[in-house]
Ligand binder design. Structure first.
Ligand code: HEC
Ligand code: HEC
Length: 207
């Protein structure tokens, strides 16, 4: 009788023990990994690594991609982001899916340091440190880490911000990515600095 009682108790305990919480984004992320990598690290240099980026930053980017339409006469200098691939990917993502995906990729490890010798910063990096940190790790949740990101991707984004700023100046451009902190004419990265800054940040350890 005692044996049966403890057997029943064991089953009751087993049923009451919750299964380990499933990552709600694991299956959602299947549609992202062909480009961003299962581990959140992309092998295509034009596609960003997502692993280890601040979750709030990733949420903001997916919102900006989902907006799709660029409002050219927008009276406010709002953040917007145009990229045909990601505008398409984000179209059908609900708010919860965006939160879950951002948390999922943010939790992944951004990987080992690319090398032991820290490269010397180019002079132009002095102007980036206030937001992106001395070593490319942003201190604020809405500021992306640049350290360890793909160099080619970083260069593309600097030019995208530059394009947006030239639209703001009325000087043409495709206006692919706007953000009040970085895409104003005053903060555009000079073309002569783009490649050295991209190479520098890509070579820094992301942790
Ligand atoms: C077909 C390839 C492809 C797929 C699939 C894809 N992405 Fe992307 N993703 C890109 C490219 C290319 C960029 C860079 C866009 C640009 O240049 O602005 C990007 C950029 C991003 C960024 C911005 C990162 C940063 O550092 O600013 C986020 C966040 C992102 N993708 C999330 C996702 C999520 C989540 C999914 C799945 C729902 C997904 N992507 C699916 C190609 C893809
Ligand atoms: C005033 C703060 C500030 C300064 C200064 C600043 N940035 Fe940024 N940067 C940001 C913010 C905020 C974002 C994210 C914008 C968004 O949400 O679209 C960003 C985004 C970027 C991105 C895109 C990264 C990605 O993952 O897509 C690059 C590249 C970048 N900054 C490079 C630079 C460089 C290089 C400098 C110095 C020449 C610099 N930034 C100076 C605030 C700043």
């Amino acid at each position: 009788m005692i044996a049966i009682g403890s057997f029943v108790l064991l089953i009751a305990l087993a049923l009451a023990t919750p299964a380990p919480a499933a990552d709600p984004a694991a299956s959602l992320a299947d549609q992202c990994v062909q480009c961003h990598g299962r581990d959140g690290r992309s092998t295509d240099p034009r596609i960003p690594n997502l692993a280890g980026q601040p979750s709030d930053y990733l949420v903001a980017q997916l919102w900006d991609f989902r907006k799709r339409r660029f409002v050219s006469d927008n009276p406010y200098w709002r953040a917007e982001r145009r990229d045909p691939t990601m505008n398409h990917e984000a179209t059908d993502l609900g708010d919860d899916a965006i939160e879950d995906l951002a948390a999922h990729f943010s939790r992944l490890s951004c990987g080992p340091a690319p090398n032991d010798d820290l490269p010397a910063p180019p002079q132009a990096a002095a102007g980036c440190a206030v937001c992106h940190g001395g070593r490319g790790i942003g201190a604020e949740p809405m500021v992306p880490n640049l350290a360890g990101q793909n160099a080619r991707y970083l260069a593309i984004q600097m030019r995208n911000f530059g394009d947006a700023a030239s639209v703001q100046r009325g000087a043409g451009g495709a206006k692919r990515r706007t953000h009040p902190s970085i895409a104003s004419p005053a903060t555009v990265v000079a073309e002569s600095d783009v490649e050295s800054l991209a190479a520098y940040y890509a070579a820094l350890p992301c942790r």
